[in-house]
Design a protein around this ligand. Structure first.
Ligand code: LLP
Length: 451
């Protein structure tokens, strides 16, 4: 069965692809019925490397990093984009982020250790976390990180003491919760008032704490941070957050007499997980935040600070896909068809956790229409273990290679070895070549720490 012409589409650069819009990585194409990414046949790759397998389109990844850098530098020259490494972390993605001139957002000691291992310039690293341990703070200050983003007054005391012991002055930002309700999933909303993160603005707590930060030795307050949530489609939420933050900066200036160097607006730009989703572009996000900073700085008569953003998902999600092999199938008449794949909640917890949506295709039938509605279920001992719930797929057969799109963010970093499932390998593809950048976990790895 081959597709009616309209189901495949010719892109401006001549590639023939499925009509999956912004879900597809940049170099995806269909050749002789097979899905190719980075010039590599996903079916051959799955057979060579085994499945489940995470695959990243390196051109796509670098392109988005470049877009962030260029869009922000053009819209607001005094700006930097930090890669939020919680979205996807291994050494290679950090090497690439470094080569592409990104700054880096690390959350906790493990992410920092990875950055140090690849020689990421520490002055470009910002350290986050709502409960950084004494040990993590010590490592960060010792390493010479550019900024520590203070989350609490308790932490302020720790940073001051540790920096003092080391004879250093640590530059810090204060993380503020601006009370802006972003239009996103409740679990990944962070900026609103009822939040474990940051200094609340309620009862002017954050404002009063600015005085504490200024009065403490060995700490230099250089700016403010907020992060209003993730997978945000409504750009006006960022405009609103900028207004709250700039107004705050203006009050701080008036009361404490300090000029703020940095305004860090966090991450959160949404991406397309499904074909009908139409997120704002990186350029639109840059224009919106840059215009908002200029507009509100003029309105509140404060000098324009350096603008920082911390994208995670919008840099890596659509660059990554996961390949699986169909191992079993089960049809429940009038209920649903289960297609059993050799992975699941261990490599992608997002569906079980957030009921996330994904598009999937069969890589060896990429030119056929997706005529069935199936649930791609995982192999774990948990009923909620699925990667795609009631999604379209070509007619499946045992042994087919399934490709799930948009899995580049928050899948590998949130993976587990539940049921003793070794984590998949990670392969980067580019110009017809594939290279393993993280090898598959082995049974020995799973037991390596056991006595
Ligand atoms: N900066 C801070 C302080 C953050 O907490 C986050 C994400 C980011 C930047 C990056 O946000 P992004 O650009 O990726 O939206 N596990 C959830 C997402 C949690 C996001 C946590 N913080 C998911 O799988 O959807």
């Amino acid at each position: 069965m081959s597709l009616p012409k309209s189901d495949l589409t010719k892109q401006a650069d001549g590639r023939v692809t499925m009509q999956l819009g912004a879900v597809l990585p940049k170099t995806a194409e269909v050749r002789d019925g097979h899905l190719f990414i980075g010039g590599v046949d996903m079916v051959d790759l799955a057979h060579e490397q085994g499945t489940a397998l995470y695959v990243f389109d390196e051109v796509d990844l670098r392109d988005r990093m470049e877009q962030y850098r260029e869009a922000f530098h053009e819209c607001y020259p005094n700006s930097e984009a930090l890669y939020a490494s919680k979205a996807f972390l291994n050494k290679e993605v950090l090497r690439i982020a470094n080569e592409e001139g990104m700054f880096l957002d690390v959350s906790g000691g493990g992410e920092l250790a990875c950055a140090r291992a690849v020689g990421f310039p520490m002055e470009r690293v910002f350290v986050h976390g709502n409960n950084k341990t004494e040990h993590e703070l010590r490592e960060a200050i010792e390493a010479g990180v550019g900024r520590i983003v203070l989350d609490t007054r308790i932490e302020l005391g720790r940073v001051s003491r540790i920096a003092g012991e080391m004879g250093k002055t640590q530059k810090v930002l204060m993380r503020i919760t601006p009370g802006v309700e972003a239009d996103t999933h409740e679990y990944i909303k962070t900026g609103c008032e009822d939040s474990k993160f940051g200094f609340t603005m309620l009862e002017d707590f954050a404002f009063n704490c600015v005085g504490d930060v200024l009065n403490v030795p060995n700490v230099e307050l250089v700016g403010f941070h907020c992060h209003i949530g993730s997978q945000i489609f409504a750009l006006h939420s960022f405009d609103e957050a900028v207004q709250v933050m700039v107004e705050f900066v203006a009050r701080v200036r008036e009361r404490y007499g300090i000029e703020v160097e940095d305004l860090d607006m966090g991450g959160g730009l949404g991406i397309a997980y499904t074909v009908d989703e139409n997120p704002s572009s990186i350029r639109e996000f840059a224009e919106c935040t840059a215009n908002a900073v200029r507009k509100y700085c003029a309105q509140y008569s404060v000098p324009e600070p350096r603008l920082l953003v911390e994208p995670g998902r919008s840099l890596v999600a659509n660059a990554g896909v996961t390949l699986y092999t169909v191992g079993v199938m089960k049809t429940l008449p009038n209920i649903r068809k289960y297609v059993g794949i050799d992975g699941g909640m261990s490599d992608n917890i997002r569906t079980a956790l957030y009921h996330a949506d994904y598009e999937a295709v069969i890589a060896n039938k990429a030119d056929e229409p997706r005529v069935e509605i199936v649930t791609l279920c995982g192999k774990h001992c948990e009923s909620g273990d699925a990667v795609v719930l009631d999604g379209s797929l070509q007619h499946p057969d045992l042994g087919d290679i399934v490709c799930v799109f948009g899995t580049g963010a928050y899948c590998y970093t949130m993976s587990s070895s539940y049921n003793g499932q070794p984590r998949p390998a990670i392969v980067f593809v580019r110009d017809g070549a594939a290279r393993v950048v993280t090898r598959r976990e082995t049974y020995e790895d799973l037991m390596a720490r056991d006595i």
